[in-house]
Design a protein around this ligand. Structure first.
Ligand code: CTP
Ligand code: 5RP
Length: 451
């Protein structure tokens, strides 16, 4: 009997006893960055990336290839490009797309201001697309503006949540071992069916890993492997690490990746990706208020209730009066949610001022920005006409803002004299604000909600 945990055991995050259970060449924790004498942000190698993006996404079951499917109205591939281009030590990103999608890809690059991207034509299979990307980086290419990197990262265009940390780890491991790839514990057990559709045998789950992306290679190793490999490999192969092993005798180092590295494959993966993105951009709210009212400012009370209701969210406040420093810093730190407090007033001056600052900042280029314009009113004193006036104004203005990817909603908060009732309406306001930010539902744009 083979060693290892019982076959029904759950794989753990870290992948237990990998080095003990697998062949010595197969797996061990990747070299720590410090051992390699480098750390993220200061990668001592010349590194480029190849992104295969020429598939048709058959398993997704929609006419649009999945890399172009919108998530919060932005194509999936743009998120992956953003994840790679924010890593400053990746000097070139070569994307393989089919000729019919070349124009669409160029528009995406332009619209979302992606940098360091070169396009090549995709092949009929993933391996052929990757090979085309590598050829563009090889030094024997005439008229190429690209130069051969020491290490090349290969990453699927449909894995948008890749972090600098894992990219760095595979690059450093590839420098040392010639090849490296991210792995994850298996979710299901792998079984082998017999020809008559019955179970032939099952593999011991804890001894195997799912091979994910990113992977990295010494450029010369992977280019050599692709040049040598057979048509059968190019047509049916699914594993670049295997090509490096088969044709260059390079045993890849395996690096534990994060759960978010999975490949968007089915429709449900698009929903999962959208939820992850929404969650990530909802982690900070900025409450914008003027500074006129001093310590009793109702905006500060709302901020306190929001902090209490949303205890995992970072809540900051910015003063509109000094729209220079505070607010600019919050925007530059990429806060995508703003609550603008208009005290006892039915006009939108402060909100308008905030919106023009946001428009100028281009913050909404990559993600929709939520702005909730809050108006405190004593409902006994305010007339219906006054409220309707607000409603009409915000609808028209929100439509305009929507074109700039800014989702504007209005929120009327009852401001009674009674302290307890005030707390109740503040709490209700916080619940509505949280829902607007979490859901980012463009169908609610321009609505005036009441707390
Ligand atoms: N001829 C191909 C096929 C696939 N890919 C890319 O390889 C990555 C991973 O492949 P996969 O998930 O299989 O994508 P599709 O082939 O598009 O999906 P499906 O297998 O469901 O058709 C994707 O970014 C895909 O666009 C590619 O560049 N060229
Ligand atoms: O799984 C992989 C790693 O080895 C690759 O990411 C690849 O996506 C698999 O190929 P495909 O799903 O296109 O057949």
């Amino acid at each position: 009997m083979e060693p290892g945990p019982p076959s029904g055991s759950r794989p753990t995050e870290q992948g237990p006893c990998l080095s003990g259970l697998l062949g010595a060449h197969q797996a061990a924790p990747a070299s720590s960055p410090s051992a390699a004498g480098a750390e993220p942000g200061r990668c001592p190698l010349s590194v480029a990336a190849v992104l295969p993006a020429g598939g048709c996404g058959e398993r997704m079951g929609v006419p649009t290839p999945k890399q172009f499917c919108p998530i919060l109205e932005r194509p999936l591939i743009s998120y992956t490009l953003q994840a790679l281009e924010r890593v400053c030590w990746i000097k070139d990103i070569v994307v393989a797309v089919t000729s019919e999608n070349m124009e669409a890809m160029n528009s995406i690059i332009q619209k979302y201001q992606h940098k360091r991207i070169s396009l090549v034509e995709a092949g009929g299979t993933r391996h052929r697309s990757i090979f085309n990307g590598l050829k563009a980086l090889a030094e024997d290419q005439p008229d190429s503006k690209l130069s051969k990197p020491e290490v090349v990262i290969i990453h699927d265009a449909v894995r948008p949540f890749v972090e600098e940390d894992v990219l760095f780890k595979v690059v450093i491991a590839a420098k040392e071992h010639g090849a490296a790839g991210a792995i994850r514990p298996l979710v299901s057990t792998v079984i082998s069916p017999s020809a008559d559709g019955c179970l032939d045998h099952s593999l011991e789950r804890a001894r195997y890993r799912a091979s994910e992306m990113p992977q990295a290679f010494l450029f010369d190793v992977i280019y050599e492997a692709y040049q040598q490999c057979s048509d059968y490999d190019l047509e049916f192969g699914t594993e670049c690490l295997q090509l490096a092993l088969k044709y260059c005798h390079t045993n890849a180092k395996l690096v534990e990746g994060s759960p978010d590295l999975w490949k968007v494959t089915y429709k449900r993966d698009l929903y999962a990706a959208e939820s992850i993105i929404k969650e990530r951009i909802s982690q900070e709210i900025c409450v914008v208020m003027d500074t006129k009212e001093g310590e009793e400012h109702i905006g500060l009370l709302l901020e306190a209730v929001l902090k209490c209701e949303l205890n995992h969210v970072k809540i900051t406040s910015g003063a509109l009066q000094h729209a220079g420093s505070d607010l600019q810093r919050i925007i530059s730190e990429q806060c995508y949610n703003f609550v603008c407090v208009n005290v006892m007033t039915s006009d939108f001056q402060d909100t308008q001022k905030l919106l023009s600052i946001l428009e100028e900042s281009n913050l909404s280029t990559l993600y929709p920005v939520v702005v909730v314009s809050v108006h405190f009113l004593d409902f006994k004193l305010a007339t219906l006409g006054q409220k309707m006036e607000n409603l009409m104004w915000i609808r028209g203005f929100a439509k305009e803002m929507k074109r700039r990817n800014i989702l504007l909603c209005g929120l009327l908060v009852c401001y009674p004299q009674d302290e307890q009732k005030l707390q109740e309406s503040l709490k209700q306001a916080a619940i509505i604000i949280a829902a607007l930010i979490k859901e980012r539902n463009s169908g609610l744009v321009g609505q005036l909600l009441v707390a």
